[in-house]
Design a binder for this molecule. Structure first.
Ligand code: NDP
Ligand code: 7N6
Length: 308
């Protein structure tokens, strides 16, 4: 099949500078152009987009600029016979580093010192409070690109890493893999629990009151995947009740996180505004993936990361 246009939908502005992103396709034989809503598509068009649009189903191939394609209707793509690909595979380092950031901060209280810095306060915490992450147990729920990126880095810090996934294939740095049915056993002894699964019917609400009760009361929850995997009201209750010690959160049920959310006010909650993947070369990482697939598409080969 041929591609006459690589259409970059303007919704990619949510994550990358559009101009630099379009320019990243300069070396391709296929012309890339920025398109907005109201554009019509033909089978000779390939589309890269952050958000779904019904008219994309008229194109020849659609690429979701995110790893999480939960907003895209995969059934509709299958029914229309239009391949859909996603951006999994490029976030191990970026999101892995964010997760390590949360853990080191909770352990060594950087977030607390920063809060006190605003008042020029030379703060002296309880002697018992700071700890090192080395030797602490981390449970990574979901061992794909994100989960492996987190596990590898935690292992390098001397942490004891276990994980949860449906298949039992071994993962470097992960000493034991639990089935999702044994989630409670997997999280019970962990000082940190990191969520790195996609948002699906099976993972929605995977973390609620029973899981927070099961976790150690000095444990921290990290969610770098999708908001709805955690029941946010139950999380607030668990933090209030001291069922867990704190949370590092990049994703939320509603984004942007509403101003009146109680989550803003906990000292032991670190909030990043869905920036797990945000770096100055994110546009290049996504463009590399898309360019590889343009080559495959033109050569009639299977597309990488095909999800429908
Ligand atoms: P992958 O597909 O590479 O990995 C997903 C992992 O989850 C696999 O190991 C899979 O293993 C496991 N999994 C799937 N379903 C279940 C389940 N029901 N129970 C337990 N494990 C399960 O995806 P990525 O790592 O690339 O991304 C994961 C998610 O993270 C994305 O879907 C997206 O929502 C989010 N994300 C967030 C970012 C951010 O900016 N904060 C950036 C990138 C991604 P198995 O099949 O063996 O179960
Ligand atoms: C969005 C970052 C993904 O799924 O959510 C991430 O790849 C993208 C701000």
């Amino acid at each position: 099949a041929d591609i006459e246009r690589l259409c970059v939908h303007e919704s990619v502005e949510n994550v990358v500078p559009t101009e630099a992103f379009v320019e990243a396709f300069d070396d391709l034989d296929v012309p890339a152009e920025l398109v907005g809503d109201g554009e019509g598509y033909a089978e000779s068009d390939a589309v890269v987009s952050f958000r779904p649009r019904p008219e994309f189903l008229d194109a020849g191939w659609v690429h979701c600029a995110r790893a999480g394609y939960d907003e895209f209707d995969t059934d509709a793509y299958e029914a229309a016979g239009v391949p859909l690909t996603n951006s999994s595979g490029i976030h191990g380092e970026t999101v892995g580093e964010l997760a390590v950031n949360y853990m080191l901060s909770f352990a060594r209280l950087l977030h607390v010192y920063r809060d006190h810095q605003h008042d020029a306060d030379w703060y002296d915490p309880d002697y018992e409070r700071p700890f090192t992450v080395g030797g602490e147990r981390l449970c990574v729920v979901g061992l794909g690109t994100l989960g492996r990126g987190i596990a590898e880095r935690a292992d390098a810090l001397g942490m004891e890493v276990v994980g949860v996934r449906r298949s039992d294939e071994s993962v470097p740095g992960v000493s034991r893999i639990y089935d999702p049915e044994d989630l409670h056993e997997a999280i019970a002894d962990a000082r940190f629990v990191a969520i790195a699964v996609p948002h699906t019917p099976a993972t929605e609400g995977m973390f609620g009151a029973p899981e927070f009760r099961r976790m150690r009361d000095d444990a921290y929850l990290l969610n770098v995947a999708r908001g709805p995997i955690v029941n946010e009201d139950a999380l607030v209750d668990a933090l209030d009740a001291g069922d867990i010690a704190g949370a590092g959160l990049d994703v939320f049920e509603t984004e942007p996180l509403p101003e009146d959310s109680p989550l803003w006010d906990f000292e032991e909650v670190i909030i990043s505004p869905h920036k797990g993947s945000a770096t100055n070369r994110y546009h290049l990482d996504i463009a590399d993936l898309v360019s590889e697939n343009v080559g495959r598409y033109l050569a009639g080969e299977d597309l990488r990361n095909r999800v429908a």
